[in-house]
Design a protein around this ligand. Structure first.
Ligand code: AMP
Length: 170
């Protein structure tokens, strides 16, 4: 028979966490994390509950708590220049909804939000004169989670252009 040892802290906490449908850390750290949790929205993510961090830097930009160099905005997206440009033109396009990454977005976004983001990328590329009709093309890139090298946990597409972008993976 398969047996879970609830006295083993990690397994016990995971099971309690799963049973209570609470994120893992909350059941580990108790009160401190309960306060911290008020900044988090749980989202189904690959079969697990993952938390969207309402205090990530792009969430703050969306709430206009910190400034950005805005390029474009509509009901679905906000676009602004990357603070640390890697190419002549380096823009970011983010959905307005609370999505951690592209997988979260694919699973949980509405069809309107998905269309809105893809259309938004094209609108921004046109505005920056890097789209295929207004310029010479560009690279759209989304880093996803740990192995993808994602630093900001709010889905974003990087748009690189204005010059030859170079090798895809360095
Ligand atoms: P990633 O590694 O894909 O998560 O990329 C995060 C990007 O966000 C990096 O290219 C950063 O330079 C950029 N970034 C971080 N903070 C800001 C900010 N306040 N305004 C604009 N871009 C930012």
């Amino acid at each position: 028979m398969f047996f879970f040892d609830l006295s083993e802290p990690l397994i016990g906490t995971f099971l309690v966490s799963t049973f209570l449908k609470k994120p893992f850390p909350e059941t580990i750290f108790g009160t401190y994390v309960e306060n911290y949790q008020s900044n988090l929205n749980e989202v189904a993510h690959g079969g697990f509950l993952m938390a969207y961090d309402n205090n990530n830097i792009f969430a703050k930009i969306l709430r206009e708590e910190i400034p950005c160099k805005k390029i474009y905005e509509d009901d679905f997206v906000l676009s602004f220049y990357d603070i640390n440009p890697q190419k002549k033109i380096h823009a970011l396009v983010i959905p307005k909804g609370k999505f951690i990454d592209l997988d979260d977005f694919a699973i949980n976004a509405s069809n309107d939000e998905i269309v809105g983001l893809i259309k938004g990328i094209n609108i921004v590329a046109k505005k920056l004169n890097i789209s295929v009709d207004t310029g010479k093309g560009y690279r759209a890139l989304a880093n996803i989670s740990e192995y993808g090298g994602q630093e900001v946990p709010h889905l974003h597409f990087h748009l690189f252009g204005g010059e030859k972008v170079g090798k895809m993976v360095q």
